[in-house]
Write a protein that binds this ligand. Structure first.
Ligand code: BG6
Length: 470
């Protein structure tokens, strides 16, 4: 089985990391708008509202809000078949709980999706990508509160209805399982010291599971053409050695990470998670009918991000730590690392795909993958990002082998940050993923001018040959 001729080659971004225009046309504050910039060694800080004298990279980001036409033209030049972005909930419902939506926000996404279709680019839309109205945090405590399920449904009804016929591929929550490891971005949870962290996280996750299932049902009802996926953060986890305790630790980590897609794809909580929660004294409050909803509202495909594999040890280890986008692990001595300590493992992508497909038997969609690196603009203006080309080439080879040799159905590939954008983890601009360079630095200086990198022409050739010429 070769790559389908309709294979969705493209790229991915998220509203809060590229749009900017954070208060324009009626947009409300989002959870991303109160995160300061950090770097590889300094954590981003969460402030109580917007504070004078702080720098918040999402406020202008790369100004995609005003420059999307130019950017989509560049995506079209590369031959994109699809473009993954997200809708900022806070543009549609600025505070999150208004009775009616903000017309200017709705109009922006009509224009954006129309612009994509002008070039035959299919939008792939994440409904909630590390972005929810800050008003919902202040008023309801974010996803702690069951009422969020209805507010999310109201938001989904508006966007499914408005963009019917323009958007067919959706995903409900970006990296829903990241809530386990860092609950602010995915669920607006700033957990207080007196709270039981696990209790708060899993109750909020339950609300998101129900909201996701309702969105799937509603999306299918409004337009049976809709294909609605989950979006899970996943990379295969290796044991540090063949010692059974290491093997168990690796398996435990995979089970924790996959439990979220288990609920969304199979329609019920896995027994191991239920037992783990019970042992931790966590009690999930469910409304009558929730279990039925979860069973009925299972997703159509498995969207996932893959940046790296991980290693876990079940015994004391001296191997050192490897960083990750959300989860850290033990350092793998066989793999190179990025400048941010993320380990590069193309074979891990193939193993990840085998595991996900054999577990869920639903089509896969690689909706994030890529290398965050420092790029240098040469005196002649060129940017020779061969390291990025190498990373992507090897990962494309790996997923092609998974499709062609292992027979795994794969819908598409949207490498992360196809145009440079604000890093979610560190808030930096310096950590670049794009085929398109954006002139902006960590402190917000720069002209925002766009420039093609060497990888731009390379990816164009890859798409034109449907992945044959790498
Ligand atoms: C994923 C997120 O975790 O990784 C993206 O879905 C994020 O929003 C991406 O940007 C890369 O991580 P980072 O920290 O390098 O931006």
């Amino acid at each position: 089985m070769a790559l389908d001729s309709n294979f969705l080659w493209g790229g991915a971004v998220a509203a809060n990391q590229c749009e900017g225009a954070y208060r324009e046309d009626g947009k409300g504050l989002s959870v991303a708008d109160v995160l300061t910039a950090g770097d590889a060694h300094t954590k981003r800080r969460l402030t109580d509202g917007i504070l004078e004298g702080e720098y918040y990279p999402s406020h202008i980001a790369i100004d995609f809000y005003h420059r999307y036409k130019e950017d989509i033209r560049l995506f079209a030049e590369m031959g994109f078949k699809c473009f993954r972005t997200s809708i900022a909930w806070s543009r549609i419902f600025p505070e999150g709980d208004e009775a009616s939506p903000n017309p200017a926000g709705i109009r922006f996404y009509h224009n954006l999706f129309d612009e994509c279709h002008k070039y035959g680019i299919e939008p792939v839309v994440t409904i909630s990508h590390y972005e929810m109205p800050y008003g919902l945090v202040k008023k309801y405590g974010a996803w702690r509160d069951r009422r969020l399920v209805d507010l999310f449904e109201r938001y989904c009804r508006v966007i499914f209805t408005e963009y019917k016929g323009k958007v067919k591929y959706w995903m409900t929550f970006n990296e829903i399982n990241a809530i386990e490891f860092g609950p602010w971005n995915p669920a607006g949870l700033d957990i207080r010291p007196e709270e039981n962290r696990t209790q708060v996280i899993y109750q909020a996750a339950h609300h998101q599971f129900v909201a996701s299932a309702k969105a799937v049902l509603l999306g299918h009802e409004i337009d049976p053409e809709n294909q609605i996926g989950c979006m899970t953060l996943f990379g295969v986890v290796y044991p540090e050695t063949c010692h059974p305790l290491d093997a168990k630790a690796a398996d435990d980590m995979m089970s924790t990470m996959l439990a979220f897609a288990d609920v969304q794809a199979r329609g019920e909580y896995p027994a191991r998670l239920l037992n783990k929660l019970e042992r931790a004294g966590v009690q999930i409050t469910k409304a009558p009918g929730d279990d039925t909803l979860l069973r009925r509202g299972t997703v159509d495909y498995i969207g996932f991000s893959y940046y790296m594999s991980m290693v876990q040890a079940g015994r004391p280890t001296e191997a050192g730590t490897a960083q990750g986008n959300v989860v850290a692990g033990v350092k793998n001595p066989y793999l190179p690392s990025s400048e941010w300590g993320w380990q590069v493992d193309p074979m891990g992508l193939r193993l990840t795909m085998r595991l996900l497909y054999e577990r869920y038997q639903k089509p896969l969609f690689i909706v994030e993958n890529g290398l965050g690196a420092v790029d240098t603009v040469e005196p002649d203006g060129s940017i020779n990002d061969d390291y990025r080309i190498d990373y992507l080439r090897e990962h494309i080879k790996a997923f092609k082998a998974a499709v062609e040799e292992d027979g795994i159905p794969l819908m598409g590939y949207t490498p992360w940050g196809c145009i440079d954008l604000v890093s979610a983890g560190t808030g930096e601009m310096k950590k670049r993923y794009g085929f398109i360079y954006v002139d902006r630095d960590n402190a917000g200086n720069g002209t925002l001018e766009r420039r093609r990198k060497k990888s731009f022409d390379w990816y164009k050739k890859v798409i034109a040959t449907n992945g044959e010429d790498l």
